[in-house]
Design a protein around this ligand. Structure first.
Ligand SMILES: NC(=O)c1ccc[n+]([C@@H]2O[C@H](COP(=O)([O-])OP(=O)(O)OC[C@H]3O[C@@H](n4cnc5c(N)ncnc54)[C@H](O)[C@@H]3O)[C@@H](O)[C@H]2O)c1
Length: 264
């Protein structure tokens, strides 16, 4: 497994879920991995497991990125993976509404600060850190929610749509500068990670709730973080040398059709 041998990769939000799976897959393919997250305990444990190093990084903090730029001034791969839905607690009561009519401006901004500002800052850092290398790959984790409207999670959907678009601006900017720095987005849906815990909850009905959530997914199951990581490995590797500004969906077939698609 040597598809990333000799490359240095930084993954944000890598303490758990999809980010952790990407960090593991990169290490398995021979990359030197810099694990970053706001979760110090989880990030440190993962870095130890895969033989990488951990840096605390709140992706919404420009000062944190400046610190990373000093500590890691040059590298080959950056994965902007850290993201929040707005439903992360703890809350005193039920989670606050995230729909277009009732969401608070503070919640709207908090989701965009992590998902969109974090990706902007990560891309800006990556271009600087890759400029003098032979090649670089930026992988932005958007979402199926960046391609359709999500009324119950409007800020999440808006931020992920902006991540998709910014990916293309970065790709065109780098190509226009004559830089061999590629930038692509991945659009997962329904991947079983701790992000789903607030929506699935505990108790005897959990399995029923899980099944209900993927009832409209053509493949009738949740995706696995390792399946998303496999796409990140492809985009990070030299096998994808001619891919930039592209968007890859990984969603069990959801976006292949619509609720109005005739059955059969
Ligand atoms: N799980 C899914 O079904 C799914 C679907 C589509 C897109 N995504 C996207 O994939 C990415 C990873 O999602 P996941 O399901 O693994 O989520 P997760 O909640 O399991 O993990 C997210 C990680 O990001 C970290 N994080 C949160 N805020 C941060 C910040 N400000 N700075 C740095 N790290 C921060 C968390 O500590 C955590 O380790 C997210 O961008 C998410 O939007 C997930």
């Amino acid at each position: 497994m040597t598809r990333l041998t000799g490359k240095i990769a930084l993954v944000t939000g890598a303490a758990r879920g999809i980010g952790a799976a990407i960090a593991r897959a990169f290490a398995n393919e021979g990359a030197q991995v810099i694990v970053t997250d706001v979760d110090v305990a989880g990030g440190t444990a993962l870095a130890r497991e895969i033989g990488g190093v951990f840096h605390h990084l709140d992706v919404a903090s420009e000062a944190d990125w400046d610190r990373i730029a000093k500590a890691v001034p040059a590298l080959d791969i950056v994965v902007n993976n850290a993201g929040i839905t707005g439903f992360e607690g703890p809350f005193d009561g039920p989670p606050p509404p995230q729909d277009p009519e009732n969401a608070s401006l503070a919640d709207w901004r908090r989701v965009h600060a992590v998902n969109l500002d974090g990706t902007f800052l990560g891309c800006r850092y990556a271009i600087g850190a890759m400029r003098d290398r032979d090649a670089g790959s930026i992988v932005n984790i958007s979402s199926r929610s960046g391609l359709v409207g999500i009324p119950a999670a409007a800020a999440y959907a808006s931020s992920k749509a902006a991540v998709r678009n910014h990916t293309k601006s970065v790709a065109l900017y780098c190509a226009g500068q004559g830089l061999n720095i590629r930038c692509n987005s991945i659009h997962p849906a329904a991947v079983m990670t701790p992000m789903w815990e607030p929506m699935l909850g505990d108790g005897p009905d959990r399995a029923k709730r899980e099944a209900a959530m993927v009832a409209d997914t053509p493949m009738r199951r949740f995706g696995r973080p390792e399946e998303v990581a496999a796409l990140a490995v492809l985009l990070a590797s030299d096998e994808a040398a001619y891919m930039t500004g592209a968007e890859l969906t990984i969603d069990g077939g959801i976006l292949a059709g619509s609720a109005a698609t005739p059955g059969g």
